[in-house]
Design a protein around this ligand. Structure first.
Ligand code: NAD
Length: 354
C-alpha cells in the first residue's frame, strides 16, 4: 500500500497509524493542515474491507475538512480519523479510551469530534485519555440544527441566482433524507418560508408524520426522488448521489443540500453545469455544524458569532457561484481552487510568523 504516493495524500502534514491489540484498535489519524490552527474533524468508525479503503477514506475526508474549515474562515485546520470497526464483540469504551491515547500522542495537533458510527458517549470515553475531543454531551450539543440553518440560507442564495427569485414562496424542493437530523430541521425552515416540499426517506413512518406536519408530498419510492419535477434537489442523506446513473434523471435547476461528498467524482460538477444545473459545493453549504463546534473550543465563539458566521457562509457561497458563472466553470472546481489558494496563503503566513 502506498502512502506518500496515494492519489489523495495531498501533502498531509501527518498520518498516524495507531494500533492497540488489547482493545482491537486499528485507527488512522490524518492531519491535513494546521496552517490556520489545530486540525479539527470527526472520527468515523466503519467496517472497512481493508486498511487500503480506510486510508483512502481518511485522506479524502481530512482534505475535505481543510477545505471546509478554510472556506468558512475558521481559525482551525483540517483533519479526520477512522477506526476500523473490530469484528465480533468488543469493549467499546476500552476501544475509545485507546483511540484517545493515540489522539493524545498528537499533542493537540488534531482535535476529534463524532462522525458516522461514533456517538457523543464514545467521545466521553475518549475524553478519559485525551483532552483533544469535542462534541461531548455537555458541549455545544447536536450541530444539526445549525447545519440545517446554513443549508437553508445557502438554498436561498442559490434560488436568488438560479431562479431569479428573492423569496422561497412556491419554490419546489425535493429533499432526500428528509427525516434525518439535518433534513428534518431543513424541511421545517423551507416549509415556513413557503416552499412546496417533496420528501423522501427510507424511514416510512417518520416521513409520513413529517409530511403531515408540513403539508408536504411524500415520494413513496425513495429512489424516485431523482425524477421529481422540482426546482431544487437537496441531498441530505448519502454521498455520491450525483453520479452517471442519477444525473440524467434530474429535472431540477439547483442541487443544494447537506450531504458530504455529493458528487461521486469531481467531473460531475461539469456534468451538472452542462445540464444547466447550479450546484452548491457541499463543504461550503454544510459548514454550519463545524461552525457550531467552535463554541466548544473557545467561549468567544458564542451563539451570536455563529449567527453571523452563517450569514457569511451564505455570502461566500454566492460569491463562489457568481465567480464560477462568470468564468464559465463548475462551482465545485472554483471552490476547490479558492480553498487551495487560501490554504497556501495560510501556510505562507505561518512561515513568515515563525
Ligand atoms: P442522519 O443519519 O440523521 O440522516 C440521514 C437520513 O437519510 C436518515 O433519515 C436516513 O433514513 C435517510 N436515508 C438513508 N438512506 C436513504 C436513501 N437511500 N434515500 C432517502 N433517505 C435515506 O444524518 P444527518 O446528521 O442528518 O446528516 C445527513 C448528511 O449531512 C450526511 O451526509 C452528513 O455527512 C451530512 N452532514 C451532516 C452534518 C450535521 O450537522 N449532522 C454536518 C455536515 C454534513
Amino acid at each position: 500500500m502506498s502512502v506518500f504516493e496515494h492519489s489523495a495524500f495531498d501533502d498531509h502534514e501527518k498520518v498516524l497509524f495507531a494500533t492497540d491489540p488489547a482493545t482491537g484498535l486499528k485507527a488512522i489519524l490524518a492531519v491535513h493542515s494546521t496552517a490556520r490552527g489545530p486540525a479539527v474533524g470527526g472520527c468515523r468508525m466503519w467496517t472497512y474491507p481493508s486498511s487500503v479503503e480506510a486510508l483512502t477514506d481518511v485522506l479524502r475526508l481530512s482534505q475535505g475538512m481543510s477545505y471546509k474549515n478554510i472556506m468558512a474562515d475558521l481559525p482551525i485546520g483540517g483533519g479526520k480519523s477512522v477506526i476500523m470497526r473490530p469484528q465480533g464483540e468488543f469493549d467499546r469504551e476500552a476501544l475509545f479510551e485507546a483511540f484517545g491515547r493515540a489522539l493524545e500522542s498528537l499533542n493537540g495537533q488534531y482535535i476529534s469530534a463524532e462522525d458516522v458510527g461514533v456517538s457523543p458517549a464514545d467521545m466521553v470515553a475518549a475524553r478519559r485519555t485525551t483532552r483533544h475531543v469535542v462534541g461531548l454531551p455537555d458541549g455545544t450539543g447536536d450541530p444539526s440544527p445549525i447545519t440545517a440553518k446554513g443549508v437553508f440560507l445557502g438554498i436561498q442564495a442559490c434560488v436568488e441566482r438560479g431562479l431569479g427569485k428573492a423569496d422561497m414562496n412556491g419554490v419546489r424542493i425535493a429533499v432526500q433524507g428528509a427525516t434525518g437530523h439535518v433534513g428534518s430541521y431543513l424541511c421545517r425552515h423551507l416549509a415556513e418560508a413557503g416552499a412546496d416540499l417533496f420528501l423522501a426517506d427510507i424511514k416510512a413512518e417518520p416521513l409520513a408524520e413529517l409530511a403531515r406536519e408540513l403539508g408536504a408530498t411524500i415520494v413513496s419510492d425513495p429512489d424516485e426522488i431523482y425524477d421529481v419535477d422540482a426546482d431544487v434537489f437537496a441531498p441530505c442523506a448519502l454521498g455520491a448521489v450525483i453520479n452517471p446513473s442519477t444525473i440524467g434523471r434530474l429535472k431540477v435547476k439547483i442541487v443544494a443540500g447537506a450531504a458530504n461528498n455529493q458528487l461521486e467524482t469531481r467531473d460531475m460538477g461539469q456534468a451538472l453545469m452542462d445540464r444547466g444545473i447550479l450546484y452548491a459545493p457541499d463543504y461550503v453549504i454544510n459548514a454550519g455544524g463545524i461552525i457550531n463546534v467552535m463554541g466548544e473550543l473557545d467561549s468567544r465563539f458564542d451563539a451570536k458569532w455563529v449567527e453571523g458566521k452563517l450569514l457569511t457562509l451564505k455570502q461566500t457561497l454566492g460569491e463562489i457561484i457568481d465567480a464560477a458563472a462568470s468564468e464559465g466553470r463548475p462551482a465545485n472546481l472554483a471552490a476547490d481552487q479558492l480553498a487551495r489558494e487560501r490554504l497556501a496563503d495560510a501556510a505562507q503566513a505561518r512561515k513568515k510568523a515563525a
